[in-house]
Structures are given as structure tokens and as C-alpha cells.
Ligand binder design. Sequence first.
Ligand code: BTN
Length: 267
Amino acid sequence: MDRTSLTEAELAGLLRGDLWRRIDLLAETGSTNADLARAARDGEAEGLVLVAEHQTAGRGRLDRSWEAPAASGLTFSVLLRPESVDDRRWGWLPLAAGVAAATAVEEVAGVGARLKWPNDLLAGTEEGKLAGILSERVETPDGPAAVIGIGLNVTMREEELPVPNATSLLLAGGTSTDRVQLLGAILDGIERWYQAWRAAGGDADSCGLRQEYASRCATLGRSVRVQLPGEESVTGTAREIDADGALGVTTESGEVTVAAGDVVHVE
Ligand code: BTN
């Protein structure tokens, strides 16, 4: 099992498009999302990528934590500033990152991956979670910014899984666990979808993002229970992803739109 440390030189080789300016590498930090949020507030421009081999205070969605042994996967964040796009459409940013991650694990590791709304990456037809994505909006003196953080389990073994429903590319039978190639493919994918979405003014239909997301989404058409932030939940059938990237659910009492929550596929 390969847990060789990444090097700055091999990461620099991934700067092949127009968006990414620099890829910084840390052996250890608290949270790459927290670090990039700080950098954004200090005036950093978009296009910075921060990779850490180990996080001591990794953050997950809905106030959860994200834990992974050092070098057992990819833990990184990217800084974007889509100022020209209406705020309401920023919900597509983590969904675009999810599409990029799903495409990358298929291309590089041969593991079919689907997305549980909004952006949990599931391996194959199983419900095992390969990756999670945390998107945070940061107010800065230069305008709002978005920090998108991705945690992808690559060589994690069964006994290392932080929660029973997690998995890794190794456990899912991946044909490659090359973290440099995986990171490169994810960054290429984020760049492609981000540029297309931004050029379309955040219209996920006209740039093809909504269709691509829907084709990879394991949630649409399913019976779901969505745990909302706080105590409440919504139960029904996942019907659509709307123009803002929110989930439309048909419930017994009518249509409900969920902007943030944790989906359980009920059947
Ligand atoms: C989730 O599924 O709850 C989202 C997990 C996101 C984890 C990544 S790891 C890199 C980045 N830094 C963090 O502190 N969190 C994200």
C-alpha cells in the first residue's frame, strides 16, 4: 500500500490549466478550509490550492469532523472568487466539485462513483462514502469568496474507517491509488466546470452542469429522509435539483425545497 508523501515538485506539475496558480503542500495543519478562509480574508486571489497530508481539526458538513490517517487520502481545499455570479447560484460550486471528483475516480481508479445530494461521493452501487465536500462562503475585504474542501479516502483500510458507512478507493477495488493523478484529475474537472458555469452566469442548465450532475446523482427518484440543520427532517421522494442546486422533495403535504441537509436513502 502506497503512503509515500506527496512532493511540491510533483504537485507543481498539475498546474496545467488557467485557473490554478499555486498548489501549497503542508505535512500537517488543523483544517485546509480554515487555512484558505484565512488566506482569502488576507487578500489571496482565486486559484490557490492547499493540500495537507494530515489534518488535526478537519471539518465536515453540518458541524461534523473529518478524520483520516496521514497520507491515506487526499485532503485539500481550493479558493474561488466567482464574484460575477449571483449569490443564489453559488450552491452549484460544491456540486460541480462533486461531479469533478466522481469523474476523476472513474478515470484514474476505475471505480464507478455516484453522488448523494449534495455531494457525498458513493462508490459504485453501494452506499459506501468515498469522499466528502465542504463548501464555505467567506466574506473578505475584496468581496465574497468560496473555499471548497475535499476529503477523498484512497488507501484507508477497513480498521481505519472513521465511520461504518465510509469506504476508500482501495476497499472499493480501485485499479490505481496514485494521489497525484487523482488530484490532477479532480483539479482539471473543477476548472472545466467552474469556468463553464461562471461563463454561463451561474446557469447550470446552459453549461450542462445540471444534466451532468443529475446523471451521476444517486438521490434523484429515491425515497429520502433529509435531516435539516437543527432537529427537523423532511421525508418524501427526491424529485429534482433546482436552478440553485437545491433538492426538490415531494412530500405527503406538497413540494419542499431543501438548500442544505443530510440525505438518507430510505430504500
Ligand atoms: C463532509 O462530508 O462532511 C465534508 C468533508 C470535507 C472534508 C474536507 S478535507 C479537506 C477540507 N478541509 C476540511 O477541514 N474539510 C475539508
